[in-house]
Design a protein around this ligand. Structure first.
Ligand SMILES: NC(=O)c1ccc[n+]([C@@H]2O[C@H](COP(=O)([O-])OP(=O)(O)OC[C@H]3O[C@@H](n4cnc5c(N)ncnc54)[C@H](OP(=O)(O)O)[C@@H]3O)[C@@H](O)[C@H]2O)c1
Length: 233
């Protein structure tokens, strides 16, 4: 499984109208990837795609579709929806997912989804939002957890990021493809975070970062140090 050359395999960003999805669309669109922004509302998706195209310029290959159409048109599915919508949406999209697709899940089960604090998380029976996703997709679809610790505010800028992306999956090929995509964002280093069960740790870090952002009025990210150069890409 290989993502290169850029743009050959479209990336559908499900729930791509929010800050996380549009930020990734902007960065990957700039890197030459073909992006389909998904939304529950086709018109909203097209508006978001037009805004991203305007930022990138005429070379941008960014379109907008309703989520299930976006899902059917791509085999790399980036999921950027709030935790409270994740399970129902995946159940709805399951019939549109083709065998061999990968779902890259950035969902953080923040307590704010049920009226709690954004600096706290909810317990998820499966262990993490990503593991919940893995239960809900067809068995021929791989789930990768990634991008939880990247600030959408910073993705929306033109500057390189100062952030690492930890990638967790039980499918090594899907994880490698995701690391390649992460490394296309300037300043981002992607690291193998091991099995999907480790997503529970990575998701929790986001709640910690949210608390720091509130206290210090910033856009915190993480850097992992001390590994040999071969660990970073
Ligand atoms: N924001 C960040 O800095 C950041 C960083 C890392 C990870 N994350 C995680 O990434 C995910 C998306 O973050 P975000 O800030 O972009 O979220 P968001 O703005 O709250 O939601 C993203 C999009 O999801 C769709 N959506 C909302 N509620 C839904 C529901 N109940 N069912 C289906 N779709 C729904 C909406 O699109 P439509 O209305 O157009 O369908 C919305 O624009 C979250 O799980 C978040 O924890 C966020």
């Amino acid at each position: 499984m290989n993502s290169s050359p850029a743009g050959v395999r479209p990336i559908a960003i499900i729930g791509g109208t929010g800050p996380a999805g549009t930020g990734l669309a902007l960065r990957w669109g700039r890197a030459g990837e073909t992006i389909i922004i998904g939304s529950r509302d086709e018109q909203r998706a097209q508006q978001a795609a037009a805004a991203v195209r305007q930022r990138i310029g005429p070379q941008a290959n960014v379109s907008g579709m309703e989520n299930s159409a976006a899902c059917a048109a791509a085999d790399i599915l980036m999921l950027t929806v709030p935790f409270e919508g994740q399970a129902a949406l995946l159940k709805e999209l399951k019939p549109a997912m083709t065998a061999g697709s990968i779902v890259i899940d950035a969902t953080v089960p923040l307590a704010s989804g049920v009226g709690g604090r954004a600096s706290r998380t909810l317990g998820v029976w499966q262990g993490s939002a990503a593991q919940q996703a893995a239960e809900l997709v067809p068995k021929e679809v791989s789930v990768v957890a990634a991008f939880h610790n990247v600030s959408a505010d910073l993705l929306a800028t033109d500057a390189p990021l100062d952030c690492d992306v930890i990638v967790c999956s039980d499918d090594p090929d899907a994880a490698q493809l995701t690391r390649e995509l992460a490394a296309k964002i300037p300043g981002v280093r992607a690291l193998d975070g091991g099995k999907l069960e480790n997503a529970r740790i990575v998701e929790q870090i986001t709640a910690l970062l949210v608390g720091m952002n509130i206290r210090h009025k910033g856009h915190a990210g993480i850097r992992i140090t001390g590994l040999p150069p071969s660990a970073y890409r």
